[in-house]
Every structure is written in C-alpha cells, then in structure tokens.
Design a protein around this ligand. Sequence first.
Ligand code: C2E
Ligand code: SIN
Ligand code: FE
Length: 398
Amino acid sequence: MLKRIPVDQLSLGMHLQAFCGAWLDHPFWRTQFVLNDPNDLTLIRESGVTEVWIDISRGLDVKTGETAVIVTAEEIPAPPPAVQEKSSFNDELKRAAKICAKGKEAIVSMFQEARMGKAIEAEAAAPLVEEISNSVMRNPGALISLARLKTADDYTFMHSVAVCALMIALARQLGLDEQETREAGMAGLLHDLGKAMIPLEILNKPGKLTGEEFALVKTHPEEGYKLLLEGKGVSDMARDVCLHHHEKVDGSGYPEGLNSETMSLFAKMGAVCDVYDAVTSNRPYKAGWCPAESIKRMAEWKGHFDPLVFQAFVKSLGIYPIGTLVRLESGKLGVVVEQGEQSLLKPKVRVFFSIKSQACIKPELIDIARSPEKVAGREDAAKWGIKDIDRYWVGDKA
Ligand code: C2E
Ligand code: SIN
Ligand code: FE
C-alpha cells in the first residue's frame, strides 16, 4: 500500500515510491528505492520537495502515533494534465535551459545504469518527457534551439533531449494524439540508449572512424533494443524507434535494411529527427551545419527520409529555423530569433549588419510580419566572416 507523507516524516528504511511536486526540483533520477543512506535523506530534505509517496509493503511504515499521512492509495493518482499557456520565446528559453540541464543529468544517469546492467525504467523518464513536451507546447522554438547548442563532449546526452523535443514537435505537426505524442517523445529520448554500450573514446573520437570502429558503433540500435526489451514500462513504439532509427526508405540503412513499406511512421520520424540534430550539432570531428543549411542538404538526399514526414518536419521547425542567418531585401543581415505566427516566411529577425556599408549596425529586432521588410534568403555566416551567430538569439538567457 502507498502512503503520501510530509518529507519530515521520511526516515531510513522506508521505500520511496515517488516524489510529489515539480520534477525539476527532484534531487534523484530513480525514485523507487529503499532509503538506506543518510546522505540521501539529507538531499531530499534540502530539496524543494515537501511530500513523498512511500510503499509500506516494501519498506518501513510511518511510526504509529505519527498521524501526518496525507492519503493512502493502491496506485499513485495521475495528476490532471495542465493546460500549457503560451510563453514568450525569451521566457521559455530560461525554463528550457533548466530542463536541458536537468534532462542531461537524467540521461547521464540512465546511460550509467544501462552500462552497469540495471534494467531501464521508462516511468522514471516520464516526468522529463512531460517537462520537455510542456515546454514545446508553451513555445516550440525555445527548447529545440537551445538543445542544438552542445559542447562536443555532451553530445550523446543532449542529443537524446533534442531528439525527444523534435519528435514531440513533429508528432504535433503530424496531428498525432496526446498519447502518441508523449510516446514519440519518449522514443526520441531513448533512441540512442545503445550508445551506452559503445566506448566513449570512439563516440567522441575527434576524427573519422575506422571501418572496425564504425562497425561497432553500428551495433547501437540492436544494443539499445536489447536494453529496452529488458526494461520496464517501455512501449513497443520506443523499441521500434530505437532499433530502426538508422533505417532508410530506400532499404540501404541498418540493421535490418527495412524500406519505405516496412518502416513504421515512428521509425521514419526518428530517422529525420536524429539526423537533423546530428548534423546541426558541433562534434569533436566537425562543426555543425546551420539549421537552414541542414534542411537544404537533407532535402537533397535521395532515399534516406520519407518525403511526407520530412515535409512535416520542416513545417514544424520553419523554413528559416531559429538561428538562421538571413538577408533582408533592404540589404541588412540578421538572425532569425523567432518564427512568425502566421507565415513561415515572416519570422522575427535581429538585424546587425548592413551589406551596403559593409559594417555592423546597432542590433534591432524586426518582425517581418509587421514590417515592409521581406526575407530575401538564407546567407552563409562563414562567407560574411560572422562568428558565433547564436549569441544574437540566445543572448545571456541560457
Ligand atoms: P550521430 O552522430 O548521432 O549521427 C546520426 C546520423 O546522422 C548518422 O548515422 C548519419 O546518418 C547522420 N550524420 C551525422 N553526421 C553526418 C554528416 O556529417 N554527414 C552526413 N551525410 N550525415 C551525417 P551514421 O552515419 O549511421 O552514424 C552513426 C553514428 O556513428 C553517429 O551517430 C556517430 O556517433 C558515429 N559516427 C559516424 N561517423 C563518425 C565519425 O566520422 N567520427 C566519429 N567520432 N563518430 C562517427
Ligand atoms: C545520407 O543519406 O545519410 C547521406 C547522403 C549524402 O551525404 O549525400
Ligand atoms: Fe543512432
């Protein structure tokens, strides 16, 4: 039986079932365990958590005489889904920074546990998927853009967070229901779990892989699939995406050489989201391509992606995704800082350079939808010698 109790009544020997309150305030990744370590107790007391669920059939009960049990239950009741109010890009960026940081920690732990042979618990990741999904619903561009900015070393972990967010945005664009959207997010979060079984020296190798190394890396979909088979609470969809995110519609992918007919919609979604985040990220062996350049190149590849899924993906990000350097018809250069509400061709742009005078100008935000200006096209930052263009949209917010 489960009891919900205030944190000050929590003691060693109790079986912790779940924390109450915001996931972002939880000090632990795994919630279900017997409290044996006094340090853990201190950590929980010092966190923002005020109440917890304990399972008295698997650990100590509260002492008789202590009457602070809030409720007892057989199952933890699911909280009603909160309606997500839209938030401004800058506000959401701050929240997204926190979610990304916590999410990365969670994925690091998940990979560690997989490496140690512990069965993966998908429920433990559900609150993270929920946070990411809520952020995408409040403002789709913020977390997706932020998760693209990685340091070379944390790629594998942030990549999971990024693909989770991209899958959620794509699922919404495709009109999938709430449940499928969550599952798609979870599948994105878990898709590269098999990389836990690949040595980090190979994953972070600052150069091209040898044939032997690449062959080893290519086992990660099957390794991940095995981990997810042993795991608890993992959906069939997550296993499918994990095993099949490197398949291609022309049948030339791996591990099974599936094709357009035999790949599921979700595997096709996984393939697009995975590659987009991979090619837009800085890696120890190459600098990431900018978002618009990545979309252009991916659109030119024949036989990799499902065209309809790819089209929906582009719609979910925008023709000029956040962080794209664009030229306006007036001859100014700027960076896309937010999508337009009505048209993908009318984003908000922070201009900072004049082509006419070949010099930087005082940065100014132009909402193309409310201005006589038009976007003339995408520009290559390197061609103009512009470095670190992300600072124009991320600023000091994250
Ligand atoms: P990943 O880095 O997460 O990349 C996922 C997929 O994105 C790749 O699957 C590939 O389809 C696409 N992709 C990533 N970067 C590029 C690129 O520069 N050009 C093109 N055309 N596509 C790209 P793939 O190729 O099966 O690779 C699987 C994994 O193998 C990669 O996952 C990465 O971890 C590793 N890997 C591949 N090439 C290298 C390399 O040259 N050096 C290192 N250190 N690792 C590599
Ligand atoms: C791919 O489809 O993964 C690569 C194709 C290319 O780089 O042209
Ligand atoms: Fe992969």
